[in-house]
Design a protein around this ligand. Structure first.
Ligand code: FAS
Ligand code: PHB
Length: 390
């Protein structure tokens, strides 16, 4: 087979890139390890920056999002049960965020790709990237016991943190930066009304908690848990009891509880791999970086990577210019590191760190009290939360 751009990974990064390139008459083939149903079964991000909403509009996949998504003008932070509202719209002069599940966006992307007869090959294995430093790279992969080869001009590595693309960059070239946090997030999905019309991020001596949602009838809750914990250790009742201990009393009193329809633990890490390019290979999304979900930046960073990479590939095929391709890594990393910083800051602000000294704990408490007392500090938080410019 031959195509212009092979995209490894059929998650939101890969599907969005494929859609944007196809709309600009650039041929792609997406290689995905799992089935479509498996990809759509993942429950992940919930908060979309305006930049991602605009990109979805550009990709012609925003209709349902605009109908069913919820615009949020702010969120609450609670410290030991005392709530403070962060009015994003007021603090940023009008910016807001969109609450619409990553799963739904991925569903919309799949539907658009199928409508345009996009080539997505599922259940592939043994994907290998070859001749990346030449003008004619190629990939091999296996499916149904057969080996296949695809010749192409460029390869987009959109295969997430555990994919093969980043590994194709020699360790002598790659520089990796990482912080693994000593805790995870135990999350549940329940068909119950959200406890509040906006998100509540809770800092508490027992550990962090987050009240989020997908729609007025579908709630998403998280509690900080230890790294060696597992969902099986938590009955629904135990989860609800612990959540109620960590959220403000007035919210605990009105919390609508019900059976969990999904329960999982996500580890928290900050990770960046540099550079994002190697010859004809370009990394985007979780393949190149991971943020702790505290700042709701994971999916949104994938979006800005795809914005830069799609623009660069379109400029190459339309004008023969490789200038944006040559500067992709440097351009994307500038925004990645700022989101990395914000996600790290929100995580250190709101979580219980087992190795914190009394001084550390006092500083953490003071950081939140300063935030609650300073409009300047809140403006800084707000401009990062709604998303820095692309
Ligand atoms: P993805 O990991 O979503 O997709 C990569 C795709 O590549 C997958 O479909 C995978 O099957 C495929 N793949 C992997 N290896 C392959 C191979 N060798 N060959 C072919 N295909 C291969 N972000 C938030 O903003 N908020 C959250 O609450 C949040 N929660 C998260 C919870 C978890 C458990 C995880 C893992 C991530 C979470 N994230 C969250 C971040 C998440 O939303 C990512 O940022 C987002 O999925 C990034 O999308 P992709 O870059 O497409 O990577
Ligand atoms: C979610 O709804 O899954 C969510 C929302 C905000 C975050 C993290 C996760 O910061």
């Amino acid at each position: 087979m031959k195509t212009q751009v092979v995209i490894v990974g059929g998650g939101p990064s890969g599907l969005l890139l494929s859609q944007l390139l196809h709309l600009n008459n650039i041929d792609t083939i997406v290689l995905e390890r799992q089935t479509e149903d498996y990809v759509l079964g993942r429950i992940r991000a919930g908060v979309l920056e305006q930049g991602l909403v605009e990109l979805a509009k550009k990709a012609n996949v925003s209709d349902r999002m605009m109908r069913e998504g919820q615009i949020h003008e702010g969120f609450d932070i609670s410290q030991q049960g005392t709530k403070h509202n962060i009015n994003l719209k007021k603090l940023t002069g009008g910016s807001t965020v969109m609450v619409y599940g990553q799963t739904e966006l991925t569903r919309d992307l799949y539907q658009a790709r199928h409508q345009m007869n996009g080539q997505i090959i599922h259940e592939v294995s043994d994907v290998e990237l070859n001749d990346l430093k030449t003008n004619s790279p190629f990939l091999t992969y296996r499916k149904d016991g057969q080996e296949y080869r695809i010749d192409c001009d460029y390869i987009a590595g959109c295969d997430g943190f555990h994919g093969v693309s980043r590994q194709a960059i020699p360790t002598t070239v790659r520089r990796e930066y990482e912080r693994v946090y000593p805790f995870g997030w135990l999350g549940i999905l329940s068909e119950t009304a959200p406890v509040s019309h906006e998100l509540i991020y809770c800092q508490h001596d027992r550990g962090f908690a987050l009240c989020s949602m997908r729609n007025p009838k579908l709630s998403r809750y998280y509690i900080q848990c230890s790294l060696d914990d597992s969902p099986e250790n938590w009955s629904d009742e135990a989860f609800w009891d612990e959540l109620k201990r960590r959220i403000p009393e007035e919210d605990a009193a009105k919390l609508e509880m019900g059976p969990s329809i999904e329960k999982s633990i996500a580890p928290l890490r900050s990770f960046v791999s540099e550079p994002l390019t190697y010859g004809r290979l370009f990394l985007a999304g979780d393949a190149g970086h991971i943020v702790p979900p505290t700042g709701a930046k994971g999916l949104n960073l994938a979006a800005s990577d795809i914005h830069y990479l799609s623009e660069a590939l379109i400029a190459f095929y339309e004008q023969g210019s490789s200038e944006k391709l040559d500067s992709y890594s440097q351009t994307a990393l500038k925004r990645i590191w700022k989101a990395m910083r914000f996600s790290w800051w929100m995580t250190t602000l709101l979580h219980k760190f087992p190795d914190y000294s009394e001084f550390d704990t006092h500083i953490q408490r003071t950081e939140i009290e300063y935030l609650f007392s300073s409009e300047a500090a809140q403006k800084s938080l707000a401009e990062n939360y709604v998303g820095l410019p692309y």
